[in-house]
Design a binder for this molecule. Structure first.
Ligand SMILES: [Zn+2]
Length: 464
C-alpha cells in the first residue's frame, strides 16, 4: 500500500494553484500487521515537519512579495544576498530563505532603511522561536524539572529532538523575566493608583490573602545565607472556589505590599474590595503583608495554637516542680489560650506573666518568654478569633502554607538536590504561577496576538 499526501496551495490573483507532495507512506500488505494499524508517531512527525516546510516557504514568499518594495514607488528592491535563517517550532527546525535587499531604490533613488542593505525577514522575526513552542516549554518546565520537560518534549514533538534541556531553561527563564518585568511595572502603577485619596468606598465580601514564606537551597551562599526565601501568597474569595497563587524570590524589597496589591488587581480584585491579610507574623514576610489598601490583618491562629502547645510541652519537662504545681500551670496556659481565642489578649498576657513568676522563667530566652514576645510583637494583629470563626471568616493562613508546599516544594525542592540562583528561581516561579493560575495562554495571546489562523473543517473523505 502506498499513500501519498499532497498539499494544494490555492491560487490567488496572479498566482496559479500548485500541488506539492508532502510525503509518501508505504506499507507491506500483511495478513495481520503485528506492529498495529495506522500511522506511526515518527511518520506523523515527519509529515508535519514536511508540511510545515511547504507552509513556511509559501509564507516567506508572500512576506517578501509585500515587504521587499521601495517605500516610495513600490518598485521591487534588488536582492544582494540570500541566507538561511533558522526558526524553531513545535514541528522541528525550519530553515527560512532570508534575502538581503539593497535599500536604495533603482528607480526613484529613495532609501528604504537606515543602512545600505535591508533584511526584512530577520527584522520582522525578532525571536527565532515560534511562540507556541516557547509556551509548551514553559508549560512543562513549570510542572517538572527542565531535564524531564526536555525528555517529554523530545518524545512528543518533532521539535523536541533538537532541543537540549539548557535551551528549555533559557527559554523559560526569558519568559519568566518578561513576567517579572511586568510585575514590577504593575507594582509601580499600583504605587501611583493607591494614593489614599483614590480609594473608593468599600463594597462586597472581604477577600482573604494568606501569605507565607518557603525556603529553597541556593547554588552558593547569598549574603552569608544558604537558603533563598520565597514569598507565596494565596487568595481566597468567598464566591469563587478557584484560588490564585502568587510567588516570588525577588530579595528584600520594602515595596512588596504594592506587588501583592498589583497582583490582586491583575485578577480583578479592585480597591473597592475589602482585603484581610492573614500571616504567621514571621519577619521574612513583614514587607509582603503591608498592602496599602488592606482593611485588616490577622495573625494565624494555628501558629498561635502551636506556640501554646510548645509551651505546654516544655512545662512537662520543668524541673523542681511537683506534679500538682505542673497541673496548675498547665491549666493556666490553657486558660490563657482560650482568653486569646475570645479576643482578650490583655488578660491572656497577664496570665502568661503570672506563669513566668511561678516557673522562674525570667527573660525572653525561655519557652514562656518566647511566646510572650511573639504575642506582644504581633499584638496589633490579634483579633477575637471566636467571633471571626462564628462569622465564617478565615482565621488561619494554612492555605498559604499548603501553597508553599505546592508552588515551591513540589517543583523546586524535589529530593532536596535542587539548587537555585535567586534570579533563576524567581523567573521559574513567575512561569509556574502563571501556568497554575491558568494565565499562561492568555499571556502568550497578549504578547503574540493571533491573526486569522482559522482551520476550516474539511469533510472527511467519504467512504461509501
Ligand atoms: Zn522607488
Amino acid at each position: 500500500m502506498r499513500v501519498s499526501v499532497q498539499a494544494c496551495i490555492e491560487g490567488e490573483g496572479e498566482r496559479p494553484s500548485r500541488i506539492i507532495t508532502v510525503g509518501v507512506i508505504e506499507r507491506d500488505d500483511e495478513f495481520a500487521p503485528s506492529s498495529g494499524l495506522g500511522l506511526f508517531m515518527s511518520e506523523t512527525k515527519a509529515l508535519l515537519k514536511q508540511l510545515q516546510t511547504v507552509f513556511v516557504d509559501e509564507q516567506v514568499d508572500r512576506f517578501f512579495d509585500v515587504s521587499a518594495h521601495c517605500l516610495s514607488c513600490q518598485t521591487p528592491l534588488g536582492i544582494k544576498d540570500t541566507k538561511r535563517l533558522v526558526y524553531r517550532t513545535v514541528f522541528g527546525k525550519a530553515s527560512l530563505r532570508s534575502s538581503l535587499y539593497y535599500s536604495v531604490c533603482s528607480t526613484c533613488g529613495f532609501c528604504s532603511g537606515d543602512k545600505s542593505t535591508v533584511s526584512p525577514l530577520s527584522h520582522a522575526l525578532a525571536e527565532r522561536v515560534h511562540p507556541q513552542w516557547t509556551w509548551l516549554q514553559c508549560r512543562y518546565a513549570s510542572v517538572m524539572s527542565y531535564r524531564l520537560a526536555q525528555i517529554y518534549l523530545r518524545d512528543a514533538f518533532a521539535g523536541g529532538t533538537e532541543l537540549p534541556s539548557s535551551s528549555v531553561k533559557a527559554n523559560v527563564r526569558a519568559v519568566g523575566e518578561r513576567l517579572e518585568k511586568e510585575a514590577q511595572r504593575a507594582k509601580w502603577a499600583a504605587a501611583k493608583a493607591t494614593a489614599p485619596r483614590n480609594r473608593p468606598a468599600l463594597t462586597g465580601l472581604p477577600v482573604s490573602l494568606q501569605i507565607d514564606a518557603g525556603y529553597i537551597k541556593a547554588t552558593r551562599p547569598l549574603e552569608g545565607n544558604r537558603w533563598i526565601p520565597v514569598v507565596v501568597s494565596k487568595i481566597f474569595r468567598p464566591a469563587t472556589p478557584h484560588t490564585h497563587a502568587h510567588a516570588y524570590a525577588s530579595g528584600p524589597d520594602p515595596r512588596q505590599g504594592l506587588r501583592q496589591q498589583a497582583f490582586l488587581q491583575s485578577i480583578g480584585i479592585g480597591p473597592e474590595v475589602p482585603v484581610t491579610v492573614l500571616c504567621d507574623g514571621g519577619d521574612d514576610i513583614g514587607f509582603a503583608c503591608k498592602l496599602p489598601w488592606a482593611t485588616a490583618r490577622v495573625l494565624d491562629w494555628f501558629h498561635i495554637g502551636m506556640k501554646f502547645e510548645h509551651l505546654l510541652m516544655s512545662l512537662q519537662g520543668l524541673q523542681g516542680a511537683d506534679p500538682y504545681a505542673k497541673d496548675d500551670m498547665r491549666r493556666c496556659v490553657i486558660r490563657a489560650k482560650w482568653l486569646l481565642w475570645h479576643g482578650q489578649q490583655g488578660r491572656c498576657l497577664e496570665r502568661l506573666e503570672a506563669l513566668r513568676r511561678d516557673t522562674g522563667w525570667a527573660g525572653p530566652r525561655n519557652p514562656s518568654g518566647r511566646l510572650v514576645r511573639y504575642l506582644r510583637g504581633c499584638s496589633k494583629y490579634l483579633v477575637n478569633y471566636q467571633q471571626r470563626r462564628a462569622q465564617g471568616l478565615p482565621i488561619s493562613s494554612a492555605g498559604a502554607e499548603s501553597a508553599v508546599d505546592y508552588v515551591v516544594g513540589q517543583r523546586m525542592k524535589r529530593n532536596g538536590h535542587m539548587r537555585w540562583t535567586r534570579e533563576g528561581a524567581n523567573a521559574l516561579l513567575q512561569v509556574r504561577c502563571a501556568a497554575l493560575n491558568g494565565h499562561d495562554i492568555g499571556n502568550f495571546k497578549r504578547w503574540y496576538p493571533p491573526n486569522g489562523g482559522v482551520v476550516r473543517e474539511v469533510a472527511a473523505a467519504t467512504t461509501s
